[in-house]
Ligand binder design. Structure first.
Ligand SMILES: [Zn+2]
Length: 247
């Protein structure tokens, strides 16, 4: 079965680029999308992440979050209501990926065991990213490691940004598309020379600026780059103009 991916962007937020690209881009502030995705097959439609509203997320951040659409309006733009969604893959449990989850009354939420454990007991530096009220009480399906969700859809454990982050690999007619899961932009996959140090050696990928384990984050980004025909970075500005991937 071949699938289509529809990015929907209810909100966007100001990010210092250094939060996306480790040791690069600091001091460059940009509005980046805070998306969720509808993934459509012939008989099944499911969602990846939920995004969150400006009202909820602005209270958790130093920088502002701007609403573009309400969550319900974003769903309605593709003919869906919150009640229609029965399956959601949560790439991880940081607030910008799950803040709308409780607006979905009938959904099962697929999450990695390591992510749920970490969200419940985060490192103090990350505690602000995991407000328990956003995820406690959800109807979780807890998985461990790489997991074949259904025909043409594989979940890949992609740790580093957080311990139980997962990528979503999706077979499309244009090849294998991978929603990274970890927070990044396309620059993470096409680094140019130049960083904090002068070096001739250019790394193959740049880990997310926010990470718990830099080496794991590098390996996860490299794995995505190696297997994907189409890389879908979680916060890339190009998502704003892509109504469907592939289009
Ligand atoms: Zn994010």
């Amino acid at each position: 079965m071949l699938w289509k991916i529809i990015p929907l962007i209810p909100s966007e937020m100001v990010i210092d680029m250094g939060r996306m690209t480790y040791l690069r881009g600091h001091g460059k502030a940009l509005w980046l999308p805070c998306p969720f995705f509808i993934v459509k097959g012939e008989r099944v439609t499911f969602m990846v992440d939920t995004s969150g509203s400006g009202e909820v997320m602005s209270k958790m951040r130093v920088e502002p979050v701007r609403d573009i659409l309400s969550f319900q309006e974003a769903l309605a733009s593709v003919g869906l209501k919150a009640e229609d969604i029965s399956l959601v893959v949560l790439t991880h449990l940081m607030y910008d990926h799950c803040a709308n989850a409780k607006l979905l009354p009938h959904a099962r939420f697929v999450v990695q065991k390591k992510e749920l454990e970490y969200a419940r007991n985060p490192h103090p530096l990350f505690a602000g990213a995991y407000p328990p009220r956003l995820f406690e009480g959800l109807n979780f399906q807890v998985i461990e490691g790489d997991y074949p969700l259904m025909e043409g859809i594989d979940l890949l454990l992609s740790p580093g940004h957080s311990p139980g982050c997962q990528s979503v690999a999706i077979k499309t007619y244009a090849g294998l598309a991978v929603i990274t899961g970890f927070c990044c932009v396309m620059d993470n996959f096409h680094p140019e020379s130049g960083s904090a140090w002068v070096s001739e050696k250019v790394p193959e990928v740049i880990p997310p600026g926010i990470h718990l384990d830099m080496r794991e984050a590098y390996a996860s980004a490299k794995r995505v780059k190696d297997i994907a025909d189409i890389i879908i970075p979680m916060h890339d500005p190009s998502l704003k103009t892509n109504s469907q991937i592939p289009d």
